[in-house]
Write a protein that binds this ligand. Sequence first.
Ligand SMILES: [Zn+2]
Length: 139
Amino acid sequence: MGSSTQRHLAILRESLLRRLHELQAQVRTAEAAGRGGEGGDREVRDFKDEATQLADDVVDAVKVWRSIDELQQVQAALSRLDSGVYGNCVDCGEPIAFERLRVQPAAERCTVCQEAFEARVRAATDGRSPTGGGAARRP
Ligand SMILES: [Zn+2]
C-alpha cells in the first residue's frame, strides 16, 4: 500500500517494458533471418553442412519459441498491471513478493504455487496425467 507500492509497480512496469522491447526485437530479427533467404548460392556443399544448418535452425526455432512464450507472459503481466491486479498470485490470490517480481517481473504465481505448478507440469511431461486438472481457484 501507499507510495512504496506505487514506486515498486513503476519499477516493475519499466523492466517489463524493457523486456518486451528486447523480446520483440529478438523475434523480429529471427523472423527476418528465417524468411530472408539470401537466394542465389543455395549450393549444398555436403550433407554435413546441411545437417549442421538444420540443427542450427532447430536451435533458433526453439529460441524463438521461448522468446514468443516469454513475450506473451510479459504482455499478460503488463495488462494485469493496467487492470490493477498485477502482483497477485493467479493460483492462491496472495500478493507475490516484490523481490520475486523484481527478478521475474512476468511471474504470475507466488513461489509456493509456482513450485506446485512446475511439479504438475513435470508429472504431466513424465507421461502421467496430472491428477484433478487445475488447482482450485479462489475468486
Ligand atoms: Zn500462490
